[in-house]
Design a protein around this ligand. Sequence first.
Ligand SMILES: NC(=O)c1ccc[n+]([C@@H]2O[C@H](COP(=O)([O-])OP(=O)(O)OC[C@H]3O[C@@H](n4cnc5c(N)ncnc54)[C@H](OP(=O)(O)O)[C@@H]3O)[C@@H](O)[C@H]2O)c1
Length: 300
Amino acid sequence: MRYIAVRTATTTANDPYILLHSDMAASGRSREQRWSLAGKTALVTGGSKGIGRAIVEELAGFGVRVHTCARSDADLQECLRRWGADGRLARVTASACDVAVRGDRERLVAAAAEELGGRLDILVNNAGQTMFRAATETTAEDYARIMATNLESCFHLSQLAHPLLLAAAAASPGGDASAVVNVSSIGGFVSYPALSVYSATKGGMNQLTRSLAVEWAKDNVRVNCVAPGGIRTDIARSSGLKLDPEVARKMGEAEMARTPMRRIGEPEEIASLVAFLCMPAASYITGQVICADGGRTVAA
Ligand SMILES: NC(=O)c1ccc[n+]([C@@H]2O[C@H](COP(=O)([O-])OP(=O)(O)OC[C@H]3O[C@@H](n4cnc5c(N)ncnc54)[C@H](OP(=O)(O)O)[C@@H]3O)[C@@H](O)[C@H]2O)c1
């Protein structure tokens, strides 16, 4: 570990200098280096649709080699076919995996490590499902499924990826930190009726982000979280919900009425924040949960 001595505004000639670790700092890097992800590798869960697909495309567009997953192999094959014709996206690889299943998670990280040449700089825990169900009607199976899909997968995949992330940070020529980005939800901050279990998983992801950030700072692994508001995806259908279109329309209108920007977000508006959090430009940011929600969570 190298140290640099820093004299602060309040130190005098006799005061000891403050010692800071210099290995992990981004100082001395050019703007191009700070805003670059070239040569990095990433595992993004749930990349066949919605926000995850936008994240895969954003990272790959920055020159990241990405491995992704989803439960539906047919959807993944369709994505790979489309990406195959498109420059940097052609390098994306994928494997089918249900992140709710422990063995699948182990196989996923092994597959990613193999596809990415044994190196992993970035993990994005995005795959998730929602469930609208009154607490009094929620079964033990409902609870276990949503917890395993959203929260347990986030913890276990981070745990499995940790040795690879640590090794990538140690091998980074510029001293760049590795990055974990979790995708939670504003449901982890505000409370909606019939979303108690989903919201509990997202609140758990927010706190897990802070805890892992503190635990892994010494390993040069940054851990952050993006909490989206309403984003234009098909999550209700992918989660197996059959919402009455009229009820869905009214829910959407009520949500927009409470959103200062008065519009739904687009998947790309989450992907750009995720990409930023992975960059050396975000090198002093860890343990943060950032809402991308058109102002929804700060409105009176
Ligand atoms: N859309 C929103 O308004 C919104 C708001 C706040 C937070 N979020 C969060 O953002 C994340 C992405 O949501 P989205 O809206 O993009 O959903 P989406 O369009 O339904 O996409 C979800 C992706 O995750 C995959 N997936 C779902 N369950 C999985 C599992 N058990 N194992 C592996 N892959 C799985 C899906 O593929 P398969 O179905 O083939 O598995 C799909 O690729 C979720 O964590 C969600 O909670 C979304």
